[in-house]
Unconditional design. Structure first.
Length: 197
């Protein structure tokens, strides 16, 4: 077998909700067939298309003995140890998962591996590498599902639409109502009033 692993994350730039790091492991001989699912960078897909593709990806992997994994760090952990440490821990966990399945060809989207060796970084990898694109869909799908659930808990913050990113409206909501439990309070959000907890 010639297994490859692609990794991507979702939620790194958010100020609310969790960070999700996902991987997809697949034998290279199946990649041509895998690509027929219509996989591309998750940012170029609608949420409904991502939702469908996430299920299609899992089904395909199960049918050919491929693997996937998603690691999650909540806002409390991000506040406690910092985003960089979360990224590092997540990548180490996924690297261990890949090695457990005898996969040593690991690629990660971006220009840094956060100090984790044994993986190749690819700038804009979610647009260039099939398995990173698939991982980006799984990570974003998990993030979307979380933000919809958080929207139901905190409807005033419109998490269903802003997905935890600091839009103008989101900032105004924080100014008016304060932080929720899911906001990352360690982030230095410029121009917000002090003492919002």
């Amino acid at each position: 077998m010639a297994l490859r692993c692609g990794i991507d994350e979702a939620g790194r730039g958010c100020i609310a909700g969790s960070l999700f790091i996902a991987c997809v492991i697949l034998d290279e001989k199946y990649e041509s067939e895998f690509s027929k699912l219509g996989i591309k960078d998750s940012k170029k897909l609608t949420q409904s298309k991502r939702d469908k593709l996430a299920n299609d990806i899992i089904d395909f992997l199960l049918s050919v003995s491929g693997f996937s994994n998603v690691v999650c760090f909540g806002s409390d952990i991000i506040d406690s140890i910092g985003l960089k440490s979360c990224m590092q821990r997540g990548l180490l966990e996924i690297k261990s998962f890949a090695y457990k399945h005898d996969c040593y060809n690991i690629s990660f989207d971006g220009n840094t591996s956060f100090g984790v060796d044994g993986m190749t970084t690819i700038v804009k990898g979610d647009d260039k590498d099939l398995l990173i694109s698939a991982a980006s869909i799984l990570a974003k799908n998990n993030k979307d599902l979380e933000m919809i659930a958080l929207h139901n808990m905190y409807p005033l913050y419109d998490f269903k639409h802003n997905k935890g990113y600091l839009t103008k409206k989101h900032k105004e909501c924080i100014m008016k109502y304060g932080y929720t439990e899911t906001h990352r309070k360690s982030y230095n959000i410029k121009s917000l009033q002090h003492g919002l907890f």
